[in-house]
Design a protein around this ligand. Structure first.
Ligand SMILES: O=C(O)[C@H](O)[C@@H](O)[C@H](O)[C@H](O)CO
Ligand SMILES: [Zn+2]
Length: 300
């Protein structure tokens, strides 16, 4: 099975920080952002066309919205995105007392609640004022809850198939954590580590959970995505990519068996850039023999 795993570069468009891939089932397209490039991209595997829009601010993520369009993070603001007119309008702002912060990764829980975290602006990749970030949730009526602060780089998030566990990554902690999660209230408790990054695995960044409840974690600076069994903390698999700054991943394709992986080019020096001409591109991994789950849309 391992030998049939294939990695191909599918979106050549080079991002500064490609991030936040989301499969849009209705469109059969891949939505992703270029955080530092301040763009939202939508790519169709069937036509190989890419549509893009500028956000005018660092865009941490973009996710589908039930009422149409997307919600995205622009700086410290959560904005509504009207894709047809390529415009944004502000819904709310977080971290008002920290003007140098920005939102980073975000994802929608199974009930339609949006979870998103913040971080200080980076001087260069992974170099920033520590413990400035927090994790927030936003419900359909746009009320905001701060769950905790003291976060370095708020990153990957997803839920277990039974919806009882919330997985979360603060990159500089070099671990993947879990919380007991109450989908009715959004409360999270009992934080614990499910996986500590091993030597050579770099920083944990974006992640996705497959149908069997396994975690697929993009390893920033290590050019790979690893698969973790959260029950045992065992690494089950490691998939190498031809770029070092692998940033996030999601399953997609007609039956959710393709793993899409984004990457970054920002911060590479000249020789690294020469050695990784595909840095910033988006990749598809096939033949993994596992499937992902449909993305959730924001209920607000
Ligand atoms: O994509 C993100 O989550 C951050 O915005 C990036 O800046 C990097 O991933 C980070 O530097 C390493 O964790
Ligand atoms: Zn990230």
């Amino acid at each position: 099975m391992m030998s049939s795993v294939k990695v191909e570069c599918v979106v050549k468009e080079s991002c500064l920080i490609g991030e936040g891939p989301v499969w849009e089932e209705s469109e059969q397209t891949l939505l992703f952002v270029d955080i530092a490039g301040q763009k939202i991209h939508r790519w169709s595997p069937t036509t190989n066309h890419i549509q893009s829009m500028e956000t005018g601010a660092m865009v941490g993520f973009a996710v589908p919205r039930r009422s149409g369009g997307y919600v995205a993070a622009a700086g410290r603001s959560i904005v509504a995105v009207d894709w047809s007119s390529r415009t944004t309008s502000r819904l709310l702002e977080v971290d008002q007392e920290k003007p140098k912060n920005r939102l980073n990764d975000g994802k929608v829980d199974p009930t339609g609640r949006l979870l998103a975290g913040t971080m200080a602006l980076e001087e260069r990749p992974a170099v920033l004022e520590r413990k400035q970030g927090a994790l927030y949730s936003v419900t359909s009526d746009l009320s905001v809850t701060k769950h905790f602060d003291q976060v370095d780089i708020s990153n990957g998030l997803d839920w277990s198939p039974d919806e009882k566990v919330f997985f979360y990554i603060d990159s500089l902690a070099l671990s993947v954590d879990a919380f007991d999660y109450d989908t009715h209230t959004g409360d999270m408790s009992n934080r614990r580590v499910v996986y500590r990054m091993a030597e050579g695995e770099g920083l944990p960044d974006g992640m996705t959970v497959d149908v069997d409840g396994r975690l697929w974690v993009a390893c920033y600076s290590a050019g790979r995505v690893i698969c973790i069994d959260p029950e045992t903390g065992v690494r089950l698999q490691s998939v190498s990519l031809p770029v070092m700054k692998t940033t996030s991943c999601c399953f997609g394709g007609p039956d959710y068996s393709d793993l899409y992986v984004t990457s970054a080019s920002l911060g590479l020096d000249q020789s690294e850039s020469r050695q990784q001409p595909l840095a910033g591109a988006t990749f598809r991994v096939t033949g993994l023999g596992v499937k992902g789950r449909p993305s959730n849309s924001f209920a607000g």
